[in-house]
Design a protein around this ligand. Structure first.
Ligand code: ADP
Ligand code: MG
Ligand code: MG
Length: 487
């Protein structure tokens, strides 16, 4: 495998520093410099490790990679060394996970809150509107979800000025990279085991990553609650799916295939072909692109009507919208859902400034100082937010068109994390760049009626990107996978 690889290069992307050994910045917590030789060796070992341990994704440049698993694989983009992260903020983020899990569940049961909060968004955002329509239909038929499964990821950045851990967003659908995130942790631990002395780094400071095990266990336990040993877990995938899932007994189907093969039995049982489906795990369905025709929406509605456990249910999905995040940050709203004052306090502490665009004062401020804000539509998957001068231009345009268009967006305080030098490896090439990072903490939640079966923090994902890039998103091509080094 090794010999067939391209020669290793330490390249230079625009504005980055070339690696010539003269960089004085501390690397990953220690003040040591890495010699070009050692760097080359680390990159080479990391690439071999990735190939051998499955830290790989389908290569977009190989057409069949999206439809035939195992064809055209390339290493996932990764950071060569883990990122320094304060232990106290790590603990704080972990502690928040079960509280957010509980919050999602409580909010999901409050249909009025969901509909009131999203009513104006619905008018101008067709995608959110369709999700809300499915939700309304479930209310009409009085559909109850006794068994509720949530596999979430709450994302944070460390604000440089205040040193505060601030939440970027909470994902309740298709929370990505539990698998690859764990592998990057293993990659880093392995590199530090071999080169810890030279790097003056200790592998035990990279926390174990339990994301895959936690998600797989929660899925298995949900399957168990369904109590039908011949039923399967169905993973809903995109037409071209470059992530590879493993571990649980599963079938994979696209929404279009589900529309053709799916059947709802009179007792609510959901069947796909000859399979009875216990759990539907959505790895697709979060973006309008996943619904190119009515067929995909029919499939989504059909599954929602069934007794299969949906991860997420339509209400969990809606709770994860940016609009709900903004509504929950308003004064006295958290208190509606959580009794424990400490919990409320902990959540509020990690909320950044969030505003709806009907606030004239904030609107004015955002037009005057757009660099301090991020304008966000109700979208997932990265690459959708608006930054800098585009914030001003968009706001002016929307205002001209009339006030309704503004309801499709929320405004968020822009967070500026400290940047540090990182080695980003993509396509076998290593670039050294000033970079910033975003920590995601996975949470798994499962309950059956009043019984909470799982409510855990499970693992993490660090994503690192060049500081000059606004957006994150590994799949979207902005960021690389990373892990953390606790100090
Ligand atoms: P998505 O659901 O598409 O992932 P996010 O809210 O996570 O949307 O935004 C995408 C990316 O944009 C984040 O990963 C982060 O890099 C950047 N971003 C989002 N909100 C902020 C913010 N308030 N300050 C700075 N960067 C942000
Ligand atoms: Mg998201
Ligand atoms: Mg995100």
């Amino acid at each position: 495998f090794h010999s067939s690889m391209e020669p290793l290069k330490c390249g230079k992307s625009d504005g980055s520093e070339t690696y010539d050994g003269s960089n004085e910045k501390p690397l990953c917590g220690s003040d040591n410099n890495i010699s070009p030789d050692l760097l080359q060796q680390l990159v080479s070992e990391a690439l071999v490790w990735s190939s051998l341990h499955g830290l790989v994704v389908g290569d977009k440049s190989v057409q069949r990679s999206g439809t035939v698993p195992g064809v055209g694989l390339v290493h996932a983009p990764f950071s060569l060394l883990p990122l320094i992260f304060p232990q106290s903020n790590w603990r704080q983020a972990c502690e928040l996970a079960p509280i957010f899990n509980e919050l999602v569940d409580r909010v999901s049961l409050d249909s009025k809150f969901l509909h009131d909060s999203l009513s104006r968004t619905k008018k101008v955002d067709a995608f959110t509107g369709r999700l809300l329509d499915i939700h309304s239909k479930m209310l009409e038929i009085n559909k109850k979800e006794d068994i509720r499964l949530g596999l979430h990821r709450s994302d944070y950045m460390l604000d440089a000025q205040t040193n505060k851990l601030l939440q970027i967003e909470l994902n309740t659908i298709s929370s990505s990279f539990p698998g690859l995130g764990c592998l990057v942790t293993e990659l880093h631990r392995s590199l530090l085991n071999h080169y810890g002395k030279e790097l003056q780094l200790d592998s035990s400071r990279v926390p174990q990553n339990t994301a895959v095990r936690g998600f797989a266990e929660a899925l298995a336990k949900a399957w168990n609650e369904y109590s039908n040993s011949s039923a399967v877990v169905m993973v809903v995938v995109q037409t071209e799916e470059r992530n590879i899932t493993h571990g649980v007994r599963t079938i994979r189907r696209t929404l279009a295939e589900i529309d053709v093969e799916g059947k709802l039995l009179p007792d609510g049982t959901f069947c796909v072909g000859h399979h009875t489906v216990a759990v539907v795990y959505f790895r697709a369905g979060y973006s309008p692109n996943d619904y190119p025709s009515e067929s995909e929406w029919r499939a989504r509605l059909l599954m929602e009507q069934s007794s299969a456990i949906k991860c997420p249910s339509i209400s969990y999905h809606l709770v994860g919208t940016k609009k709900i995040q903004q509504e929950l940050a308003k004064p006295n709203v958290l208190e509606r859902f959580l009794e424990n004052k400490d919990d409320v306090e902990k959540l509020r502490k990690c909320f950044a400034g969030l505003w709806s665009l009907d606030d004239a004062r904030v609107l004015q401020e955002a037009m005057e100082r757009p660099e301090l804000f991020v304008l966000k539509p109700q979208r997932e998957g990265g690459g959708n937010n608006i930054y800098g001068d585009n914030v001003r231009e968009t706001l002016i345009k929307l205002q001209k068109e009339g006030s309704d268009g503004l309801a499709a967006y929320i405004l968020m305080q822009r967070i500026f994390p400290t940047d540090s030098s990182a080695f980003l490896v993509r396509d076998g090439i290593c670039h050294q760049d000033p970079a910033i990072s975003e920590l995601g903490i996975y949470g798994a939640y499962l309950r059956n009626k009043e019984k909470v079966i799982v409510n855990d923090q499970c693992g993490y994902l660090m994503r690192t990107k060049v500081s000059s890039s606004n957006e994150g998103g590994v799949a979207a091509g902005f960021a690389v996978l990373d892990s953390i080094y606790l100090t």
